[in-house]
Design a protein around this ligand. Structure first.
Ligand SMILES: *Cc1c(COP(=O)(O)O)cnc(C)c1O
Length: 218
């Protein structure tokens, strides 16, 4: 089933849009099944599970951390992360920088932007992004690679499109304002329920869990 799901998603995915297989809560055997199909990028949102899976999967697996990250968990995540997509506070940014300085490592990150209607969703407000990018050079061990966002939980496709449209506009204005930030080129939007809408709104990367692996058992 995983292989059929992957195959049909990849067939539909336009060129230039990458697929991150969100494997949280799924056993290693299911990640291995996706890996055997050629899938290399996986997303996880819990530090312990992320680290445990990272050491058990082949070396060329690409690990995207997509969950809330507490600064006391950096040592579980940063050694394995190809990218941390969920940087949502300046405090976390500073901690990643400090870790990178100590360990002589540069960490690729996305700034998570709050675009949904829910109060509780984590992320920077769109208004905070320009000032952060303005000061990108204050973080020599952090590579600012783009933006990540989650749309509102709603069945209304127009509301979802409006959320994605806002982050796309912010992404485009950031590109225009900071042309020297060469690494800044990813817009990570789109999950199982809304990835087709995200692609229409300029997604460069979709993060799909349920659509590949089926429902999660919490
Ligand atoms: C769980 C999760 C996903 C994948 O969700 P699905 O609806 O199962 O595709 C994508 N992004 C983030 C940040 C997540 O936490």
């Amino acid at each position: 089933m995983i292989s059929e799901n992957l195959e049909s998603i990849l067939k539909e995915l336009p060129q230039g849009v990458r697929l991150v297989a969100v494997s949280k809560f799924h056993p290693l055997s299911e990640l291995q099944e996706a890996y055997a199909m050629g899938q290399r990028a996986f997303g996880e949102n819990r530090p312990q599970e992320f680290a445990a899976k990272a050491v058990q999967m082949p070396q060329d697996t690409e690990w995207h951390f997509i969950g809330h990250l507490q600064t006391n968990k950096l040592k579980l995540v940063l050694p394995y992360a190809s990218i941390v997509e969920s940087v949502d506070t300046e405090h976390l940014l500073e901690a990643i920088e400090a870790w990178g300085e100590r360990n002589e490592r540069c960490t690729r990150i996305l700034l998570e932007v709050h675009i949904g209607a829910e109060e509780t969703k984590q992320g920077f407000s769109p208004e905070e992004i320009p000032a952060l990018l303005q000061h990108a050079s204050d973080y020599p061990h952090v590579e600012f690679c783009g933006l990540m966002g989650m749309a509102s939980h709603t069945d209304d496709p127009e509301a979802v499109a409006a959320d994605f449209g806002r982050i796309k506009a912010l992404f485009d204005s950031s590109l225009a304002t900071f042309p020297n930030l060469k690494s800044f080129r990813e817009l990570s939007i789109g999950m199982s329920d809304d990835w087709r809408i995200a692609i229409k709104n300029g997604s460069t990367e979709v993060r799909l869990g349920t659509a590949i692996f089926g429902p999660r058992e919490y």
